[in-house]
Design a protein around this ligand. Structure first.
Ligand code: FAD
Length: 466
C-alpha cells in the first residue's frame, strides 16, 4: 500500500494548493480527485463565469463605442463561440495545474475517496477500489448547489450554475431564483448577451451583506439593462411544458420563461466521506467542524475550503490550505479572517473588504467614512465609466482602516489595495499620503482615504476636521 506524509482529498483551489504547498516543503504528497483537477472554481465556478463576464463587458463596451467616434455596425454576437472560448480558458488553466502537480512530484489519483480507518483512505473508481496510507489527511471536497425539491432541476430548462455553464444556445428568457452573488452575476452576463432576465429574491434586496450603496448601483444598472428584479417575492411553483417553464410567484403572478437558474446557495460535499465512523464532527448542514488551525475533531485530519462552510470563496480555500499544511507539518498556524476581500462580477462590479457601513452600525463600531465618486476621477472619465463609488471606513479613534467597498469599473482590482492597507494596519491618513500614479483608478482610494478627514482635493463641500 502506498504511504504518504499528506494525502489531500479534492483538487479545487483548497486541495490543489494544499498539495503544492506541502510538496514545496518537501513532503511526500498525493491528491485524490473524483472529477477534474481545479474543482468547482476552475471548471464550474469562478473561471468559466469570469470568462463569460469578460465577453459581456467587451460587448457592453462595443455598444458604447460611438461615444469615442467609432462606428460599429450592430455587433453580431455568437454565443456558441463565447462558450467555446470559455471552455478553452478552463482547459488551459486545468492543464496548467496538472503540469504544476507533475512538476512538484504530487501523485494524483482519480476516484472517490473516503476515510477507511486510522491514517487510511479508500479510493473508489467504477472498476477498482484502492487503499493508501497517510500520516495526515486534508479534506477539501468543496460544495455543490442546493437543489430544493420544489424546483426540480432537469438540466434542460431548470438548471443550476453547473448546467447553465454547459448550454450552447442563448436563451431568449431566463428567470434566476436567488439574488445572491452567483444569481446576480449570471443575470448581468445574460442580460448583456440580450436575454430577457428576471431575478426573484425572497429578501427585500439583492446581495445581502453587501454595501447597500453598491447594491443600489447594481439595481440601477439592472433597471437600465432591462433586468426585472422581483425582491421580497418567492417562487412558489415551477412547471415545465413544451420546453417552457411556468413560474408561479408569491404575489400571484405567473411568468413563462425558457430557462430557470436555481441559485439558492451551496451545501458542503461531506456525505460519503465516512466522517462519522472516523470520528470527524460536522454540523447539521454537513459542514466539517474545524478549529483555527483547520484541525478537525480527529487528530491528523484537517479540513479546508467550502466543505467547512466558513467563507465559501476560492481564495479563502487556498489561504486555509497554507494553514492546514503548516500544521500538518508540525507548525501552529491560525486562520485570521479579518481581511478577506471579495469580488462580485456584476455590471458594474463590486469589491469589498472588511466592515461595511451596515456592519459597523450593527456591531456598534464608531467609524469615519470617506467617499469618492467615479465621476470625479479623470481616469474613469477617460474610460467613459463614470458610474460608481469608492468608500473607506476608518476607526473613529485611531484612524485604522477597517473596511472598504468599491462599485464600478475594476472595483474587484481596486479593493486589493484596501486589503493590503488593512493587512499592514495602515491608517486612512497614511493611505491618503501615499503617492498614487496619475491618472489611475486607484487615485480614488487615496481621495476616499483623504475624504475620511474632509481633505480630498477633488471633492467640494467638505471641511478639514483636524
Ligand atoms: P471545490 O472547488 O468545490 O473542489 C472540491 C473538489 O473535491 C471537486 O473537484 C470535487 O470533485 C472533489 N471531491 C469531492 N468529494 C470528493 C471525494 N470524496 N473524493 C475525491 N474528490 C472529491 N469564488 C471566488 O472566490 N470568486 C468567484 O468569482 C467565484 N465565482 C463562483 C461562481 C460560481 C458559479 C460558483 C458555483 C462558485 C464560485 N465561487 C467563487 C466559489 C468557489 O468556486 C469555491 O469557493 C471554491 O471552488 C471552493 O474551493 P474548494 O477547494 O473548497 O472546493
Amino acid at each position: 500500500m502506498n504511504e504518504y506524509d499528506i494525502a489531500v482529498v479534492g483538487a479545487g483551489p483548497g486541495g490543489y494548493v494544499a498539495a503544492l504547498r506541502a510538496a514545496q516543503r518537501g513532503a511526500c504528497v498525493c491528491l485524490i480527485e473524483a472529477g477534474q483537477v481545479g474543482g468547482t472554481c476552475l471548471n464550474r465556478g469562478c473561471i468559466p463565469t469570469k470568462a463569460l463576464y469578460s465577453t459581456a463587458l467587451l460587448l457592453r463596451r462595443i455598444h458604447g463605442a460611438a461615444a469615442h467616434g467609432i462606428q460599429v455596425d450592430p455587433p453580431r454576437f455568437d454565443f456558441a463561440k463565447a462558450v467555446a472560448r470559455k471552455d478553452e480558458v478552463v482547459q488551459k488553466l486545468v492543464g496548467g495545474i496538472e503540469q504544476l502537480l507533475r512538476a512538484q512530484g504530487v501523485d494524483v489519483y482519480r476516484g472517490q475517496a473516503s476515510l477507511a480507518g486510522e491514517g487510511r483512505l479508500r479510493i473508489r473508481r467504477p472498476e477498482v477500489t484502492a487503499h493508501l496510507r497517510a500520516k495526515n489527511i486534508i479534506l477539501a471536497t468543496g460544495s455543490r448547489s442546493v437543489r430544493p425539491q420544489a424546483f426540480p432541476v432537469d438540466g434542460k430548462n431548470v438548471l443550476t450554475s453547473r448546467e447553465i455553464l454547459a448550454i450552447k444556445e442563448l436563451p431568449a428568457s431566463l428567470l434566476v431564483i436567488g439574488g445572491g452573488y452567483i444569481g446576480c452575476e449570471f443575470a448581468s452576463i445574460f442580460a448583456a448577451f440580450g436575454t430577457r432576465v428576471t431575478v426573484v429574491e425572497q429578501l427585500p434586496t439583492l446581495l445581502a451583506r453587501t454595501d447597500r450603496h453598491a447594491v443600489r448601483e447594481v439595481e440601477k444598472a439592472f433597471k437600465e439593462a432591462g433586468v426585472s428584479v422581483r425582491a421580497a417575492t418567492a417562487v412558489e411553483s415551477l412547471k415545465v411544458t413544451d420546453g417552457l417553464v411556468r413560474v408561479g410567484l408569491s404575489d400571484g403572478e405567473e411568468l413563462e420563461v425558457e430557462k430557470v437558474l436555481v441559485a439558492v446557495g451551496r451545501v458542503p460535499n461531506s456525505a460519503g466521506l465516512g466522517l462519522e465512523q472516523a470520528g470527524v464532527r460536522s454540523d447539521d448542514k454537513g459542514a466539517i467542524l474545524v478549529d483555527e488551525g483547520m484541525r478537525t475533531s480527529q487528530p491528523g485530519i484537517f479540513a479546508i475550503g467550502d466543505v467547512t462552510n466558513i467563507i465559501q470563496l476560492a481564495h479563502v480555500a487556498s489561504y486555509q490550505a497554507g494553514i492546514a499544511v503548516t500544521n500538518a507539518m508540525g507548525g501552529d498556524a491560525k486562520a485570521d479572517y479579518r481581511v478577506v476581500p471579495s469580488a462580485i462580477f456584476t455590471l458594474p462590479e463590486i469589491g469589498q473588504v472588511g466592515l461595511t457601513e451596515e456592519d459597523a452600525k450593527e456591531q456598534g463600531i464608531a467609524v469615519k467614512i470617506g467617499r469618492f465618486a467615479y465621476q470625479a476621477s479623470g481616469k474613469a472619465l477617460c474610460d467613459g465609466e463614470t458610474q460608481g463609488l469608492v468608500k473607506i471606513l476608518a476607526a473613529a479613534d485611531d484612524d485604522r482602516i477597517l473596511g472598504a467597498s468599491c462599485v464600478g469599473e475594476e472595483a474587484s482590482t481596486l479593493v486589493a489595495e484596501a486589503a493590503a492597507a488593512m493587512q499592514a494596519g495602515m491608517t486612512a491618513q497614511a493611505l491618503g499620503r501615499t503617492i498614487h500614479a496619475h491618472p489611475t483608478l486607484p487615485e480614488m482610494l487615496m481621495e476616499a482615504a483623504e475624504d475620511v478627514h474632509g481633505l480630498a482635493v477633488h471633492k467640494a463641500g467638505r471641511r478639514r476636521d483636524r
